[in-house]
Design a protein around this ligand. Sequence first.
Ligand SMILES: NC(=O)c1ccc[n+]([C@@H]2O[C@H](COP(=O)([O-])OP(=O)(O)OC[C@H]3O[C@@H](n4cnc5c(N)ncnc54)[C@H](O)[C@@H]3O)[C@@H](O)[C@H]2O)c1
Length: 255
Amino acid sequence: MSASGLRLRGKVAIITGAGSGIGRATALLFAEEGAKVVICDIAESGAEVCKEITEKGGEAIFIRADVSKVEDVAYLIKKTIEGYGRLDVLINNAGIPSRGTVLDIAVAEWDRVLDVNLKGAFLCSKYAIPEMIKGGGGVIVNVASVLGLVGGKGEVAYCTSKGGLIALTKALALDFAEYKIRVNCICPGSVETPMRQRIMAQKTPEERRAVELKIPIKRVAKPEEIARAILFLASEESSYMTGSVLVVDGGWTAR
Ligand SMILES: NC(=O)c1ccc[n+]([C@@H]2O[C@H](COP(=O)([O-])OP(=O)(O)OC[C@H]3O[C@@H](n4cnc5c(N)ncnc54)[C@H](O)[C@@H]3O)[C@@H](O)[C@H]2O)c1
């Protein structure tokens, strides 16, 4: 693609949880599309993704932050503005999985999952939106899950956090449409990432194949396939979309 055709040319984009999986693939794609990428992660793997981008000639900085902590999020936004002077795009992607029913999940585990998966997006939006308003508008993409649309057996905290994230998306979309801030969310199905690999490691090869066979497309997604949908929502190509839920699940919820 020619330089003028880059879909995020000159845009400053924060991607949370960009040290791995979907966030990493999104960071690499955004950099290719001309964005100045702020890689946020609680883990040092974010520094490696940053290096990967800059070695290819892209622009990126790594800011270590825990999205569930208000002081970390305030620091993330402050450093972004100090580094790049503005903020155009926020991708709330950081998330953690969790197993358990309401009877067997520990209260501390419930709190942690809700803190990272839902409060993290609330905090990042809270600190990012004033900067977007100053800049004349912006885009937020929340990475929810099909498990925010339908129930998942034995995943009560995760499902609740993702359902909340879908509702947060719609509420934010209404509150900030007049400031030219679009807010959408994406609901991936199964994606081949380190998070999923850790979950699948507990299953036998037969059980793993059975999971794939329940997907109409008969395979899990590559992180890059989710990153492309996030790019669509982050770019002008989706200029008339706000408060929308984009399902990218190989047909899993179409059954
Ligand atoms: N992999 C899937 O099948 C799948 C399906 C649907 C939705 N999702 C969602 O996609 C998002 C990314 O998942 P993934 O599969 O790429 O996971 P991953 O574990 O590969 O990557 C998640 C990244 O988030 C970071 N992170 C975790 N807690 C954080 C915190 N408090 N602050 C900052 N960073 C933090 C981790 O260090 C990691 O680098 C998550 O929100 C997940 O719920 C994943």
